[in-house]
Structures are given as structure tokens and as C-alpha cells.
Ligand binder design. Structure first.
Ligand SMILES: Nc1ncnc2c1ncn2[C@@H]1O[C@H](COP(=O)(O)OP(=O)(O)O)[C@@H](O)[C@H]1O
Ligand SMILES: [Mg+2]
Length: 213
């Protein structure tokens, strides 16, 4: 049993936390045959709505497990879940502060998605500080990147300045990420060789070699 916990955190809403959580869970459960549980701590429940849509569509072929917890209760829940799951992926709400500590503390890896935009850079510093204080492994993931935008260079500069690791994989700004979520699906279930699919597979592999599972 792998028993790893990955927390996806970022105080800025709309940075892609929920999308990345769902897509990673799909790669690990469907492609790598790892039992994977998504733990939703966002009271807004977008991940839950995605999961219900998925369940209706796929019935017993869903493969991914789903649980909810308060941010405060996330640590206890994740500890219990990881006894039975290879992977627990925690999706968190925006605006987490000290109340987000349990979900960060339990994580073997904290993934912090950022869009290449100055507003996102500003919003990211405090979550990086929180994860650093808890001495967690951190991976910054540039998401929704437009290949030609100069802001990607700014994002690299920002990450270097914060002195944290960043994923080699960059997720592009792609409609397939939006449309698949609405259907209760993920990119790897809709594409085999499309760019979005290849990016998700590369990201999953990168995380795997980072966490050694
Ligand atoms: N790589 C991407 N390309 C295009 N749209 C994306 C991408 N990642 C996320 N989105 C879209 O951005 C919006 C916010 O994403 P979401 O995952 O809900 O963010 P968060 O959970 O951080 O609030 C959603 O409409 C989602 O479909
Ligand atoms: Mg979300």
C-alpha cells in the first residue's frame, strides 16, 4: 500500500485546485490501478458535484472513492483513509489560513497551483509560508498557461524568488479541462494523445517519482 497524502492548496479561488485533484485521481486510479480517494474539504462542494455527476454516468465503473471532511477534520479523516487507500488527494477551499493547517500537516506533498498572473503570485505567498512552516514538500504547479504569454516567465521568476520547487510540467489553458469536469469526467478519459492528456500524465508521473511510489 502506497499510503500517500497529496493536498492541493491555494488561497486564490479559480486556480485549478478542484480540476487538478479530480484529474490526478483519475490518472492514478484508472491508469496506475492505485486505489485513490478524493477528500473534499471545500464547503462549496464542487468536487462533490463532479463526483455525483460521475457516479450517475459511470455507475460501478467510477473507480475513484470520495469523502468529505471539514478543513479541521481533514487530518483525522485522511489518516483513516490512507490505511485503506494508496492515495488520498485533499481538495481545499480558497482562503485557508491557520484553519488549513491540519490538511497541510498531513500531506506528503502540497501542490500549489498558480495561474501565471500577478494577482495569483500575491495570493500564493501565504500558503507557501504555511506549508514551509509545517516543513512539507511543496510543488508549485503553473496552471492555465497560455504558451505565448510573457507571464509564464514571470511565474518562473516568482517561484525562484520564493525558493520552492516547481513542477516541470505546465498545464495549458485548455477547454478540455473545463468541458470534461462538467460531464463528471477527466481529460484522460476523453483524450489519448491530446495535449491536455499528455500534460496530466506527465504531471502524475512527475509527482510519482518525487514521492517515490
Ligand atoms: N488548465 C486549465 N485550462 C482551462 N481551464 C481550467 C484549467 N484548470 C482549471 N480550469 C477552469 O478554471 C475554473 C476554476 O477551476 P477550479 O478547479 O474550480 O479552481 P479552484 O478549485 O482552485 O477554485 C473552472 O472553470 C475550471 O474548469
Ligand atoms: Mg475548488
Amino acid at each position: 500500500m502506497v499510503s500517500k497524502v497529496i493536498t492541493i492548496a491555494q488561497q486564490k479561488g479559480g486556480s485549478g485546485k478542484t480540476t487538478i485533484a479530480a484529474n490526478l485521481a483519475a490518472v492514478y486510479s484508472l491508469k496506475n490501478n492505485l486505489s485513490t480517494t478524493l477528500l473534499d474539504t471545500d464547503p462549496q462542494g464542487s468536487l462533490g458535484k463532479w463526483f455525483l455527476t460521475r457516479n450517475e454516468k459511470l455507475k460501478n465503473k467510477n473507480m475513484i472513492q470520495f469523502k468529505t471532511a471539514s478543513l479541521w477534520g481533514a487530518q483525522y479523516e485522511a489518516k483513516t483513509l490512507k490505511e485503506k487507500s494508496d492515495l488520498v488527494i485533499i481538495d481545499t477551499p480558497p482562503k485557508i489560513d491557520a484553519d488549513g493547517r491540519p490538511a497541510i500537516e498531513i500531506a506528503d506533498l502540497v501542490i500549489i497551483p498558480i495561474s501565471p498572473s500577478q494577482v495569483d503570485f500575491w495570493a500564493t505567498e501565504s500558503i507557501i509560508e504555511l506549508a514551509k512552516r509545517e516543513k512539507r514538500e511543496i510543488l508549485i504547479l503553473i496552471n492555465r498557461a497560455n504558451a505565448k504569454s510573457k507571464l509564464i516567465q514571470e511565474a518562473h521568476k516568482f517561484v525562484n524568488k520564493m525558493n520552492v520547487k516547481k513542477a516541470k510540467t505546465i498545464l495549458g489553458n485548455r477547454q478540455i479541462f473545463v468541458s470534461t469536469m462538467g460531464l463528471g469526467l477527466t481529460v484522460v478519459e476523453k483524450q489519448r494523445t491530446g495535449k491536455g492528456c499528455l500534460e496530466m500524465l506527465a504531471l502524475a508521473k512527475e509527482i510519482q517519482s518525487f514521492l517515490k511510489f
